[in-house]
Design a protein around this ligand. Structure first.
Ligand SMILES: [Zn+2]
Length: 233
């Protein structure tokens, strides 16, 4: 966790870094809370600088519905935390809260990519395992856009999970048939709503608050960082 704060400090400045790690922590507590409710034993969340945190399941495979609930509970709490930051910005007008809300939304959105051990991957076990294909393509597109080593690495790490879906096609499809249609509908709706809200929220905050003019290249994502660079010559 301290390494995470250090990594984010280097990227965004320490005040924002602490806020980001707190949002991640609230997100993780969402998973921990759901694991307690479902009586699934999990380990401490492991923080990965740059991507977030991953929960250790001690090699237990819960039923698809439990797995999906475990997956979606983190992003739900993370989204509530980010939305609260947005609310504080709306009330106070302090720019910091808008930046924090934006970062929180981006992290939660990233975690909802339907792939492997990611939260979205857990949710996809009640929807369709084949969501890992668009999920993988999305991660590939993201890797191309941001070109950060950690995203490129996760692209390599995630490949076996896609291969596994192809290999265990029959076994997984019989498992999928056990999912109640009502569970599928409720969790699927929640998943879509989260994606819509986070996409709209981060787009709105980016283009209207944090960096108006970002789309036509007139503005920079984090103005204070840009100013620091600009002052140099
Ligand atoms: Zn999570």
């Amino acid at each position: 966790m301290l390494v995470s704060i250090a990594a984010y400090s280097w990227l965004f400045g320490w005040v924002l870094a602490i806020g980001i790690v707190l949002i991640l922590l609230i997100h993780e507590l969402g998973h921990v809370f759901m694991a307690l409710v479902l009586k699934i034993r999990i380990g401490y969340p492991i923080f990965y600088p740059g991507v977030g945190a991953i929960i250790d399941l001690h090699q237990i495979t819960p039923s698809p519905t439990d797995n999906a609930l475990l997956g979606i509970s983190g992003p739900i709490c993370g989204t509530i935390a980010s939305a609260t930051c947005w609310g504080i910005y709306a009330l106070t007008g302090v720019h910091y809260w808008a930046e924090l809300a934006f970062m929180g939304m981006m992290f939660n959105l990233f975690n909802l990519i339907p792939l492997g051990e990611m939260d979205g991957g857990r949710v996809s076990t009640v929807l369709s395992r084949w969501l890992c294909i668009p999920g993988y393509l999305l991660l590939g597109a993201l890797a191309w856009i941001v070109r950060t080593p950690i995203v490129l690495l996760s692209l390599i790490f995630m490949l076996p999970t896609v291969v596994e879906v192809f290999k265990n096609k029959r076994k997984l499809s019989t498992e999928d048939k056990r999912v109640l249609p009502s569970d599928r509908l409720i969790i699927g709706t929640g998943y879509l709503l989260l994606i819509c809200f986070l996409t709209f929220g981060s787009w709105f905050l980016l283009t209207k608050v944090i960096a108006p003019g970002f789309q036509d290249g007139r503005s920079h994502l984090f103005p204070h960082r840009h100013q620091m660079v600009k002052k140099a010559p």
